[in-house]
Design a protein around this ligand. Structure first.
Ligand code: CA
Length: 221
C-alpha cells in the first residue's frame, strides 16, 4: 500500500505542485489549507508523513507540530520562509524531523520525504543486547523495562545504535541529532548522554554507552 503524505499549506500553488510531484512518486496525498482542519485530519487519518507550512492563517506550523508530537511519532517536515538558526532550533524543538526553507527544490523535498519514511517506517525495532529501540512507536526498553527518554535523547540513542560499536564524534552527533545548530563548545551532547545513561541505569542497563575520550561516544556493540 502506498504511503500517505498529508500536506497542510495555505499557498495553493505550492500544495498543488507538491501533490503532483508526490503522487507522481507513488504517494497517496491529501492537502489542507488551514491548521485546524489539517490537525483534525492528522488525528483521523493517521498519515505516514506530514508536511507543514510554518505560516498558516490560523495555527502556526510549529504549534501543529507540537500538538501532533504530544501523542504521535509521525515524521514531520516543515516548510518555512525563514532560514535563520533561531527558527530552525524552534522547529526542531517543537518536534519537526526536518525543515526546508522556501523556495526549495521539489526534488530535495522528495529526497527528504524518502529519508524520513525510511527512518520511521523501517519496520520493527533495533536490538542491541538487552536494549530495544522501536523507531515507529518511539519506545525504548532495557529488557522488559521501559526507558522514558525525551525526544532528543531518543534520537541520540537511536543515532548511536545505528552502528553499534562505532565511535561517533561529538561533531557528528551534533550534525545529525541537532542539525548542527549548537554553539561551539556546547556540552549539550554530553549532558544528553549523561541523562540517557542515568535512565538506562535506573532500568538496570550499565555501561551501555561508552565514552571514547577526546572523540565521542559509542554504543557497546
Ligand atoms: Ca503560508
Amino acid at each position: 500500500m502506498s504511503k500517505h503524505v498529508l500536506i497542510v499549506e495555505d499557498d495553493v500553488d505550492i500544495s498543488r505542485l507538491l501533490r503532483l510531484e508526490l503522487e507522481d512518486a507513488g504517494y497517496r496525498v491529501s492537502c489542507f489549507d488551514n491548521g485546524m482542519r489539517g490537525l483534525a485530519a492528522i488525528r483521523e487519518d493517521r498519515p505516514d508523513l506530514i508536511i507543514l507550512d510554518l505560516g498558516l492563517p490560523d495555527v502556526s506550523g510549529t504549534e501543529i507540530a507540537r500538538r501532533v508530537r504530544r501523542t504521535d511519532p509521525t515524521p514531520i517536515i516543515i516548510l518555512t520562509a525563514a532560514d535563520d538558526v533561531e527558527t530552525k532550533v524552534t522547529l526542531l524543538n517543537a518536534g519537526a524531523d526536518d525543515y526546508l526553507a522556501k523556495p526549495f527544490h521539489v526534488q530535495e523535498l522528495l529526497a527528504r520525504v524518502g529519508v524520513q519514511l525510511r527512518k520511521h517506517g523501517g519496520g520493527g525495532a533495533t536490538r542491541v543486547g538487552d536494549l530495544t529501540i522501536d523507531a515507529v512507536r518511539r519506545h525504548v526498553a532495557w529488557g522488559e523495562d521501559e526507558v522514558r527518554l525525551s525526544p532528543r535523547e531518543f534520537e541520540l540513542l537511536q543515532y548511536l545504535a545505528g552502528q553499534p560499536g562505532r565511535v561517533y564524534s561529538r561533531r557528528e552527533i551534533e550534525m545529525n541529532v541537532w542539525g548542527g545548530d549548537l554553539p561551539p563548545s556546547s556540552n549539550v551532547v554530553d549532558v544528553h548522554v549523561a541523562n540517557i545513561r542515568s535512565k538506562l541505569r535506573d532500568a538496570g542497563g550499565y555501561g551501555v554507552i561508552r565514552t571514547v575520550r577526546g572523540v565521542g561516544y559509542a554504543i557497546k556493540g
